[in-house]
Design a protein around this ligand. Structure first.
Ligand code: FDA
Ligand code: PGT
Length: 452
């Protein structure tokens, strides 16, 4: 068997793995990065392709340019189920061509010395003394098995979680995904019959009827091309996503030319708080595999880049201190929780609440501004739900005899605050992780009961 020795092995070259490879190529570490796909399909996964510009600025990542950038986005329009209320959330973003952007990152990383193998799959971990010490790979280009040792192995395998799931269960990074904590999502990219009106705005249609536990989107990629799709909550026994897609496509995207489909496909979107820890002895996990997606809007590319940034910094730290244990890599958790993870935990609760609302309640709530668009944006960017106005509205709702689920909003806001507080006290030592995790799990359980 062919053998190799590296500082870092990155498994998976989607946006998460590619961002990390790009970052590490600016150091003098010896890095091997692999993906099961051929080069020209790196970054090619079903996605709405929308990312906020802020992420690139915050993380020092290069903007998409040329053919990597399909449209500059100016904001999002959010439609109530009855289409009578439209909230406009302004903010700069990009509709990207994901394969082109990801492949550029990998190419630049390679030019700066990262070794890249395509058509190469990590088959199983190499373990020694309860530490991850690399992986056994199979290279389909050369038909060879390879034994690759690395000080740190990074799982960036997306929602397949195909590497970390093969570790012994004593590794806390083996946490699995509950079906209900994920949406099944499907999208097609098609040309439109006519030019799209207002194409720098993304459209999100909230509808429990046509996308239970998720939403429909219509994301223009220029004046006559659009990414259209929907997500539905997993584990609920709903009909197949294709049934919803074919039934409601004409309603949400009446202008598409069904004869001119450019790509189509579906995948899972985790919609929960991140893994309790994204590092352990000799291993780090980033992107979808670490559940870094925003639980409320399902966007995961920006936060995958954040996790890559945090793990990249922790790796450098670990090499400075020559400590590749959970403790040596621990700062990755602190960095990720501060930048995105605590907000995700809070939005994990908000998501559970939203998914239980009926279309009538959402219509009513949006129309009467029980939550205002500013509140939603604030919740989405910080994870804090401000209820000063909602509390006033609550009295109106009660007076109108409509307490129902919206009445629970105050409880929701309280729990969101509470869980963020627990995240503020993330343990500084790995040995306290399980105790902390059981506090988090208890809040989620209590919250679920409170919503019943
Ligand atoms: P990703 O899945 O991209 O990459 C994992 C890579 O690992 C793959 O290339 C795979 O081949 C490789 N791999 C897996 N196992 C391996 C192994 N054992 N050995 C070697 N390689 C292995 N987000 C967003 O920000 N904006 C949006 O508009 C949308 N819209 C959207 C729509 C739909 C339909 C879905 C399903 C999802 C979205 N998302 C999104 C989410 C977003 O697509 C997602 O969060 C990121 O692309 C995840 O990137 P990763 O790099 O983590 O995984
Ligand atoms: C309710 C459960 C939903 C589950 C989700 C399933 C969806 C599946 C498919 C995935 C499609 C992906 C679409 C990705 C959209 C990207 C949106 C985006 O970029 O949002 C920006 C940036 O957010 P960020 O967190 O990446 O970055 C923050 C910051 O910029 C960086 O520091 C922000 O825009 C928004 O947040 C808009 C809000 C979208 C909300 C979506 C729907 C929610 C439903 C609300 C209903 C309200 C009803 C209230 C009634 C009381």
């Amino acid at each position: 068997m062919k053998k190799g020795d590296y500082d870092v092995l990155i498994i998976g070259l989607g946006i998460a793995g590619a961002s990390l490879a790009w970052k590490l190529s600016q150091t003098n570490l010896k890095v091997l990065a692999i993906d099961s796909k051929p080069w020209n399909r790196f970054g090619d996964k079903p996605c709405g392709d929308a990312i906020s510009k802020e992420h690139f600025d915050n993380l020092g990542m290069p903007y998409p340019q040329g053919k990597e950038l399909e449209e500059k986005v100016e904001g999002i329009k959010l439609y109530s189920p009855d289409m009578k209320t439209v909230w406009t959330v302004k903010g700069e973003g990009f509709e990207i061509d994901s394969p082109n952007y990801v492949q550029r990152l990998v190419r630049e990383a390679k030019d700066r010395g990262v070794e890249v193998l395509d058509l190469t799959t990590a088959m199983k971990p190499i373990l020694s003394n309860n530490k991850v010490e690399g992986a056994v790979l199979f290279n389909r280009r050369t038909n060879e098995m390879m034994e690759i040792k690395a000080k740190i192995t990074v799982d960036a395998t997306g929602y397949s979680m195909s590497f970390r799931s093969k570790l012994p269960f004593e590794f806390p990074v083996t946490e699995s995904l509950d079906d209900r904590d994920a949406d099944v999502a499907y999208r097609e990219v098609l040309y439109t019959k006519d030019d799209i009106e207002d194409y720098p705005y993304l459209k999100i249609f909230i509808t429990q009827k046509a996308s239970p536990g998720g939403y429909w989107w219509y994301f223009p990629k220029g004046p006559n091309k659009v990414n259209v799709g929907l997500g539905i909550q997993g584990g609920m026994g709903y009909p197949s996503i294709h049934e919803f897609y074919t039934k409601y496509l004409n309603y949400y995207a009446p202008d598409v030319d069904k004869e001119r489909i450019i790509v189509k496909g579906g995948a899972l979107v985790p919609t929960r708080r991140p893994l309790a820890t994204i590092v352990w002895d000799g291993i780090a996990v980033i992107g979808d595999s670490a559940f870094t997606v925003n639980p409320v809007h399902g966007g995961g590319k920006g936060s995958a880049m954040i996790s890559a940034y945090c793990v990249g910094k922790a790796i450098l730290n670990a090499f400075e201190n020559n400590d590749f244990s959970a403790k040596g890599l621990w700062s990755a958790n602190e960095c990720y929780i501060e930048r995105y993870g605590a907000k995700q935990a809070s939005l994990d609760l908000f998501r559970r609440f939203l998914q239980r609302l009926s279309d009538d309640e959402i219509n009513y709530g949006m129309n009467r501004r029980v939550i205002r668009e500013e509140d939603l944006l604030e919740a989405s960017s910080s994870g804090d739900l401000q209820l000063s106005t909602a509390e006033k509205a609550m009295r109106v709702i009660m007076a109108l005899g409509k307490p129902s689920l919206l009445f629970k909003l105050k409880t929701v806001a309280e729990y969101m605050k509470k869980i963020k507080e627990v995240y503020r006290h993330f343990p500084s030592d790995p040995k306290d992780l399980m105790r902390w995790k059981s506090n988090v799990d208890a809040i989620i359980l209590d919250f679920n009961n409170a919503l019943e």
